[in-house]
Design a protein around this ligand. Sequence first.
Ligand code: COA
Length: 505
Amino acid sequence: MIELAAQRCQLPGWRDRLHSADEAAALIHDGMTVGMSGFTRAGEAKEVPLALARRAERDPLKITLMTGASLGHDIDGILADAGVLARRMPFQVDKRLRAAINRGEVMFVDTHLSEMAEQLRHDQLGALDIAVIEAVAITADGGIIPTTSVGNSASFVAQADQIIIELNVAAPEALIGLHDIYLPEKRPGRRPIPISAPDTRIGTPHIPVDPDKIAAIVLTTEQDSPAEITPANATTERIAEHLIEFFENEVAAGRMSLSLMPLQAGIGSVANAVLHGLMAGPFENLTMYSEVLQDSTFELLDHGTLRFASASAITLSDAYGARVWNNLAHYRERIVLRPQELSNHPGMSRRLGVIAINTAIEFDIYGNVNSTHINGTRMMNGIGGSGDFARNSHLSIFVTTSTAKTGALSSVVPFVSHVDHVEHDVDILVTEHGLADLRGLAPRERARVIIDRCADPFYRPALADYFETACARGGHTPHCLEQALAWHVAAERDGSMHAMVAGQT
Ligand code: COA
C-alpha cells in the first residue's frame, strides 16, 4: 500500500504524517464539530469514522457530524449505535440513524444541501474543528484530489482547524482531473459565479489546502458501497411515460427544443425510469445539471442521447461501477464533479433553466409537497437537494406513486401533514394515473386537476367530496381543517385512510 501511496502523494514529508485510523480518530474529542466527505454514499471517509465508533465504545464521546449528504458502509448507523452523534446535518438515509433521530436522541438539522457550506462560511454554525476527507491523490502543495464525490469537502477543508486525509489508493486514478473546485467568495460583494452552461469549468482540479493543517494521512483501499437500484416496475414506468409525453408536448408547443433544459433527477427507481425513458424518445444533445450521476446517466451517455453531465457525486451499482470505473477516460470530457453548493446552487438552477424531478412522500390537492415526514412527525431522509432545485427551476416536477402501503394510504391528501415545498414552488405533479400541469392555475383550479389526474380512483371520490365541502365554506384555498387532518389521524390510528372513503372519521 505504501508504494501505491508514494505514487499518489506528492506532498514532501508525507510519510511523517502517516497514521493508523485509530491514531487519527484520537484527534477527535468530545464536543467537536467534524466535517466528513461523502455524498449519496460516494467518496465518504471510510476508516476514521469506524475507528471513532470503536473508540466510543471504550471512551464515550459525542460530536456534531456534518457531511455532504448520505454516507455508505452503514457509517451513519454504526456511529448512531455507538452513541457518537449528538447532532447531524445536512442529510441522511440510514435506518438506524433515522430511528435514533425519531427517538429524539440525535438532533438532526435537515438542511438544503446547497446551504450548509454558506452557513459555515459565514460563521452561522460555529467553528469546524476537524475535516476528514477521502482523496485519490495529494498534490505537492497539499492539494486534495477528491474521489467519487466533492460534496462539502472543499468548504470543510477551508473552514477546519485540522485536516485528516484518507488517501484511497484503490480509487481509480482516472478520477484525477474530473473535479472542478470553486468556492464562492464571502458575502457581501460576491462576484457572480461564472457558470453559464452545465459544461462550464471555473475552478481547479484539486481542493487547495494549507499543508500545515494536515494533521494525519490514513491509507485505505476500501471501495464505495454500491448503489441499491430499485428496478423499474409497471408503476414507475407509467410515471416515466407521463413525463416523457409531457416533454414531447412541450417540444411540440415550441417551449423547449429536443435538447430540453438541463435535467436534475433524484436517486431512485422513478428517476432511473425517467432517464431510461428519455432514450426511447426523440430527444438529443441532453445535458444534466444535477447532484448525482447514477447508472442511468452513463446509459444515456453511452446511448449518445446525453451530451454532458454535471453533478457532485457518482453513485453506481456494482454491475455499472465496474464498467464505468474501468472506462473513466472514455467519459472524462463529458462529466464534471463540483462542490454541492454549486451543483445545487439555486442561482444556477434559475440561470440554466433546470428541469427538476424529485420524489414526494405525499402532496395535497393544492400542490404543497411533503418530501420528508411520515404522518407529519417521523423523519424519513431529509429535504436533500429537492428544495435547492424546486423553487428556482424552469420546471419543478414532483413524482410519487398515488398510494403507499399497498393502497392503505393515499399520497394525494387534502392537506399535507408536513410542508417541504410550498404550492408556489411546484409546477407539475405526476403519479402512475396521470400528470397535473399546475402552471398558471389558481388553487381551486389546481385541486380539480390534481384530484382528477393524480389521485388513485379509490380515493378520488372522497377527495372530490372534501373539495366540494371546502368550497361551500369558501376561501381562496378552501379547507375544512378538521376534516383535512382527519385523513392523517386515521392513518396514524388505523395505518390506513380507508375510513375517509367510507365517510367515517
Ligand atoms: N405515506 C406514508 N408513507 C409513505 C408514503 C405516504 N404517502 N409514501 C411513501 N411512504 C413510505 C414508503 O412506504 C416507504 O416506507 P418503508 O421505508 O417503511 O418501506 C418510504 O416512505 C419510502 O418510500 P418509497 O416508495 O420506497 O420511495 P423512495 O425510496 O423513492 O423515497 C422519498 C421517497 C420521498 C422518501 C425520497 O425520494 C426522499 O428522501 N426525498 C427527499 C430528498 C430528495 O428529494 N433529494 C433530492 C434528490 S436525491
